[in-house]
Design a binder for this molecule. Structure first.
Ligand SMILES: Nc1ncnc2c1ncn2[C@@H]1O[C@H](COP(=O)(O)OP(=O)(O)OP(=O)(O)O)[C@@H](O)[C@H]1O
Ligand SMILES: [Mg+2]
Length: 244
């Protein structure tokens, strides 16, 4: 494996509001990372953070920069910096066939359709999925759709991949296969999961709680603290406390 690219994430008093309610932040951090994990309970703000980092939602306040690029205001540059794998592949896929889906991102980068399709075919071959090219996306399983989304993003060669629960709903072999592909990716990765066991490969972890950073730092110690807190919550009787 190649030495992975190191990314720089800088948030300055960054917050996100939905329906006039603050659901994330304000957060301030300046991190250099190759594999960054984000953990947190349902509703803690993980997917909101993912969208913010991909430049898909405007901060209500503050700024979000990846590798110096303001990902919301400079969309053209952001396309080269960051790609996002959504939690639900059905929110990502817009074209009827696998080839069209994978080629689309490449046309967004300015490539002509024929070139984009050639490059898309090369990516399918790299993942051993050349025979999927003309398959209707609707005929694929959830895990296979996830893989189509991953191939579409990897094809665009962003410097940073944001993966929102990439293993959710995948069976063990598919998860193992996806993990292997991810290890081959030589850019930086932000891996979001509610499951600490998914994040063992990360060098550091952010733990989100009610839109704030509860802990951040070394993977082993943050995940140990997270697990302990979750076990304590799970042992309580007040199940309503499990939702935000
Ligand atoms: N479209 C929306 N409309 C209203 N509120 C929303 C919307 N999207 C997210 N929220 C709220 O923002 C907060 C954070 O949601 P988010 O989806 O980021 O959490 P999450 O950590 O990804 O949860 P999960 O583990 O269930 O995926 C929640 O309180 C949620 O209700
Ligand atoms: Mg989520």
């Amino acid at each position: 494996m190649q030495e992975a690219f190191s990314a720089q994430l800088t948030l300055v008093d960054t917050s996100v509001e939905i329906d006039a309610r603050c659901v994330l932040g304000p957060l301030s951090l300046d991190l250099s990372f190759r594999r960054l994990g984000v953990v947190g309970r349902n509703g803690s703000g993980k997917s909101t953070l993912a969208r913010l980092l991909a430049g898909l939602i405007a901060p209500a306040g503050g700024t979000c920069r990846l590798n110096g690029v303001d990902v919301y205001t400079d969309r053209r540059a952001a396309l080269r910096e960051v790609g996002i794998l959504f939690q639900n592949p059905d929110h990502q896929i817009i074209f009827p066939t696998v080839l069209e889906e994978v080629a689309f991102g490449l046309t967004q980068l300015g490539r002509k359709k024929a070139q984009a399709e050639r490059d898309a075919l090369a990516i399918l071959a790299r993942f051993g999925k050349s025979d999927w090219a003309q398959s209707p996306v609707s005929s694929l399983s959830h895990g296979q759709k996830h893989l189509v989304c991953l191939m579409s993003i990897v094809a665009m060669a962003p410097k940073v991949l944001v993966l929102d629960e990439p293993f959710a709903g995948l069976d063990f072999p598919t998860k193992t296969q996806l993990s292997r592909y991810l290890r081959l990716f030589d850019g930086a990765v932000i891996h979001i999961s509610h499951d600490p066991s998914d994040l063992q490969d990360c060098e550091s972890v952010l733990w989100l709680e009610k839109g704030q950073i509860a802990r951040s730092g070394d993977t082993k110690s943050v995940l140990a603290q997270y697990l302990e807190a979750m076990e304590t919550l799970g042992a309580g009787d007040d199940i309503s406390d499990l939702s935000r």
